[in-house]
Design a protein around this ligand. Structure first.
Ligand code: PAF
Length: 279
């Protein structure tokens, strides 16, 4: 596995190669990322993983500085997973001049759900993903479903700019107690780590109620949020949405998603569960 840090070295490594499958990451990789690499590998293309903590998608007071940089361990994991090439640029390599041209995700999406609490976040994600696609020119790109709204933003980016990239979605991997794997789980204290599974349980309770036939989505979401608050979480949102469009769920909808974001101590976690109902 080759590791490159510059655009020139990336281009040289890609010259003459088949079009790749890429797995964009911010590093600090866990088994969930490895499963995305494995999914990419199943599509038969050389796999390129990028490792870049993108300052554009972090707001003031967020965790850009403390986000764990673990390049050596990440490369070992990627090599073991069969990744062919790693692109790990410095900020000055990705943004050699101020990035004054950016993608503006429409407000209805950019300011919804996580975007309401992270202004500019999805513009930053869409901008760096477009740059990564331009640099790597992959045939396929793989993203995790844990970042469900991000996946939606990227699918729309690809659709509306006619980008020749197939987007694949990898399932969320969970710890044995249900906690969704996330690089940010490492911020949790031992006590918070035990408590953290409450987020998934709250969303799963909403899922069960819907599967039993309940359709008052707002009340279900509000109840889940109240339970989390009573347990000591600061809740950004719990919401039931259409899984295809992220619009408000309709009582007759058959593909839904329950999404939640909440903070325990200083650690903000997100999670979601999809629901497929009989038509
Ligand atoms: O999901 C992530 O790790 C990041 O948001 C991404 C897609 C690599 C863009 O920086």
């Amino acid at each position: 596995m080759q590791v490159v840090h510059t655009v020139a070295a990336l281009r040289a490594a890609l010259a003459g190669a088949d079009r790749t499958a890429c797995v964009p990451t911010m590093g600090n990789l866990h088994a969930g990322h490895v499963s995305l690499v494995e999914l990419a590998k199943r599509h038969g293309a050389p796999v390129v993983a990028s490792i870049f903590v993108n300052p554009l998608q972090f707001g003031a007071g967020e965790d850009f500085e403390r986000y764990p940089r673990t390049l050596d361990a990440d490369c070992a994991r990627l090599a073991a997973a069969g990744c062919d090439l790693v692109f790990a640029p410095e900020v000055t390599e990705m943004y050699p001049v101020p990035q004054t041209y950016t993608i503006a995700v429409p407000a209805a999406l950019a300011n919804d759900l996580c975007g309401a609490f992270r202004p500019g976040h999805f513009d930053g994600v869409a901008t760096v993903v477009l740059k990564l696609f331009n640099l790597i020119q992959p045939r396929i790109a793989v993203f995790g479903k844990k970042d469900f709204q991000q996946l939606h933003v990227i699918r729309e980016l690809v659709r509306q700019f006619n980008l020749p990239v197939g987007i694949l979605a990898g399932d969320t991997l969970r710890e044995t107690d249900g906690l969704a794997m996330s690089s940010r789980n490492g911020y949790l204290s031992p006590a918070e780590r035990i408590q953290a599974t409450q987020l998934h349980r709250a969303l799963a309770d909403v899922q069960s109620a819907i599967e039993r036939g309940e359709r008052d989505f707002d009340t279900l979401a509000a109840t889940a949020a109240r339970h989390l608050k009573m347990a000591g979480w600061r809740v950004d949102y719990v919401a039931v949405r259409d899984a295809e469009t992220l619009a408000a769920a309709q009582p007759g909808g058959t593909r839904l998603v329950v999404l939640g974001a909440a903070t325990l101590g200083t650690t903000r976690l997100i999670d979601n569960v999809e629901i497929s109902l009989p038509t």
